[in-house]
Design a protein around this ligand. Structure first.
Ligand code: G3P
Ligand code: MG
Length: 236
């Protein structure tokens, strides 16, 4: 099974920070998942929530901060004071860390509740600049964002994220105006029928977020292709 470090190795270091990404690299993790958003001045940054208050010492929406303002925030102390120097990373920083590795990167476009106009172009440009087109999967709960990035860069692999139990997602995927690489559901939606039908229709199943051993084993036994985990080392 393919293991992605979810928001980096976020069980051990603050999520979506360089410390968490470096840890995934040091663990020889095969893949990393991360969430991208846009600042007020148009920089692609890595953060899960649209609001900085849970994971930094600041308050407000990412879309209302310039990069310089965001970089002044402490993105690590909320987890442990020893991480006080961690910042919200830029996409470029992360790419510099991984571009000479063999890792597969799952870039999740966070387009809800705010729609970040132009984020797809910026993400595609940065991936191309780093020469990582073959090592990238773009996913989103916003399936229109995947359509947009497909038009910009058709060679990128696309993963459909699902936060609800829609009926027959493999049928839904087939009628989209772009080719789908993977179905990325919450792990609790997945059973052997789900995996069989997905594979039959040509899709990988990448399940989030798996942190418990029994869940990992159940998914492995029904043939799930990959998982996202905060503790990737436990399942490698
Ligand atoms: O991409 C898998 C997973 O990260 C999706 O959910 O909320 O953790 O970004 P979330
Ligand atoms: Mg994510």
């Amino acid at each position: 099974m393919f293991i992605y470090a979810h928001r980096g190795s976020s069980g051990y270091a603050p999520e979506n920070t360089m410390a968490a990404f470096q840890m995934a690299v040091d663990m020889n993790c095969p893949g990393i998942e991360l969430d991208v958003q846009l600042t007020k001045d148009g920089h692609v940054v890595i953060c899960h929530d649209e609001d900085v208050s849970r994971t930094t010492n600041g308050q407000g929406f990412i879309k209302d901060f310039t990069l310089e303002e965001l970089r002044a925030l402490d993105a690590g102390s909320w987890m442990d004071p020893k991480f006080h120097q961690e910042k919200i990373p830029t996409l470029v920083e992360l790419l510099d860390l991984v571009k000479n590795t063999e890792m597969i990167m799952n870039f999740e476009i966070k387009n809800l509740p705010f729609y970040y106009v132009g984020i797809e172009q910026k993400l595609a440009d940065a991936i191309k600049e780093a020469g990582m087109e073959d090592q990238a999967i773009i996913s989103s709960f916003d399936h229109y964002a995947l359509q947009t990035i497909h038009k910009i860069c058709p060679e990128l692999k696309l993963g459909l994220l699902f936060s609800t139990r829609i009926i027959d997602p493999w049928i839904y995927a087939q009628q989209l105006p772009y080719p789908v690489y993977s179905l990325n559901p919450d792990w609790s939606f997945v059973d052997s029928h789900y995996v069989q039908q997905s594979h039959l229709h040509g899709y990988q199943v990448l399940a989030y977020t798996v942190n418990e051993r029994p869940t990992y084993e159940a998914l492995r036994d029904i043939g799930v292709h990959g998982i996202f985990s905060n503790y990737p080392d436990q399942f490698m």
